[in-house]
Ligand binder design. Structure first.
Ligand SMILES: [Zn+2]
Length: 157
């Protein structure tokens, strides 16, 4: 049943096997986390619509505000390799009692590439919460908004 759902435009819940595989990939990426300041390791695994997988981890910096989240690093890796059409991203951390939740900046970064793809928030026991980008960032601003009708300023040159 889930197998059929998966074929509809590449959307719908991932099969259990594929989700487990992506969780393993996200956990492996988490092991590479460079987080000497927060000691908060995060990894993610991104599945493109043509079934490529990209992974990434958070990378902190002595200049704290330059630290980069795992999700953004992962998406940037995919985009830099020519992939912009995404099916799902799985996020893992060391939190055992709460599903890891992407920060606001990462939600906006995901939204740039569509609203209908999926984000799996996980716990260390392997359980996950499936959400869409639209659910994580309601009433969002995206690339389409830049092309919408705007007020024309009189002195606009
Ligand atoms: Zn983030």
């Amino acid at each position: 049943m889930t197998h059929n759902m998966e074929r509809v435009n590449g959307l719908g819940a991932l099969t259990e096997d594929r989700l487990k595989m992506l969780i393993r990939e996200a956990n492996a990426a988490k092991a590479q986390a460079y987080s000497p300041y927060s000691h908060f390791r995060v990894g993610s695994a991104l599945l493109t619509r043509d079934n490529r997988i990209f992974t990434g981890c958070n990378v902190e910096n002595a200049c704290y505000n330059l630290g980069q989240c795992a999700e953004r690093n992962t998406i940037a890796k995919a985009v830099s390799e020519g992939y912009k059409s995404f099916r799902a991203i799985v996020i893992s951390s060391d939190l055992s009692e709460k599903f890891i939740s992407p920060c606001g900046g990462c939600r906006q970064f995901m939204r740039e590439f569509g609203l209908d793809w999926e984000v799996y928030l996980t716990k260390t026991d392997g359980s996950s919460l499936r959400m869409t980008v639209a659910e994580l960032l309601p009433v969002s601003f995206g690339p389409e908004d830049l092309a919408m009708k705007k007020l024309t300023l009189q002195n606009d040159s």
